[in-house]
Ligand binder design. Sequence first.
Ligand code: UDP
Length: 327
Amino acid sequence: MKLLVTGGAGYIGSIVTRMLLDAGHRVVVLDDLRTGHSVALAPEAEFVQGRVHDAAEVITPEAGFDGVLHFAALIQAGESMIKPELYWQNNTVGSLALLDAVRAAKVPRLVFSSTAAVYGNPTELPIRETAVTAPTNTYGSTKLAVDLALTSEAVAHGLAAVSLRYFNVAGAYLAGSVALGERHAPETHLIPIALDVVAGRREKLQIFGDDYPTSDGTCVRDYIHVADLARAHLLALTAARPGEHRVFNLGSGSGFTNRQVADVVREVTGHPLPVEVAPRREGDPAALVASADLARTELGWTPEKPTLHDMVTDAWAFYRDQILERS
Ligand code: UDP
């Protein structure tokens, strides 16, 4: 297939691009490099630097795309509460422009990076795709708006749409000379921040809140290895059906408190990890754990690295070799 990957210079988009190329697809990457990194770009993919708002310049009818994988987005839940307009403009308005281009060029399928944040404080655990959607942060709202637009687009115009709702993505893709992982700037995610502390680049890990209704009072999250997550995108491309919007949760199905994550980081790295409790972060749900049964049965997806230990091991290997060694 000929595929457009928006956000193909980012953490997840670059790994999916690598796997698509390895599977024999042709890939064009559209990325504005605002948060992505040129070092993560696959040399075999064509690269267009630009915003999704201008996707029509790339997705022309003549270009003959068979599908779009849409990763490009702003992703910080905390920031989305302080600058909501930035998130609506970038994530929702940008995606609607992309959808306009997809419709005009008659591109048959689209796979969208949705998020567990659409569920807010869930009414059931583990969370199924049928659970109530009530985001507690603007980031989740902007993604839910696109999910809803995709349902309309599929019904009205026949698009084969798939939303993959990611839980907490971790780890790195390490295969031969390829090393792709997390390099957010500024970094806001728990595991890479913990690795910064272990590596002596930050003094301590602040844990945001210890008065949540969970086993140790800290938030619970479900972690999924980025390579397992990436593989699900290739399955989703073939599972997409014209006129349908299919939604799948992607997680490992087990939850870890933030303190448990800190313990695994200590165990894997063999280093001390000082923590201090800080106030809650605005918009954080107490617990998010996926039921990924639908992805298993409908997509035939099976995670190969379901343990947090494996994820932190790969994240640490990437951090040590690619970030520390090269800085
Ligand atoms: N978190 C934390 N300290 C940090 C970064 C994150 O305690 O420096 C917490 C955050 O409040 C949440 C969990 O770690 O409870 C996972 O947050 P992250 O930003 O990694 O992912 P999110 O769940 O927001 O997608």
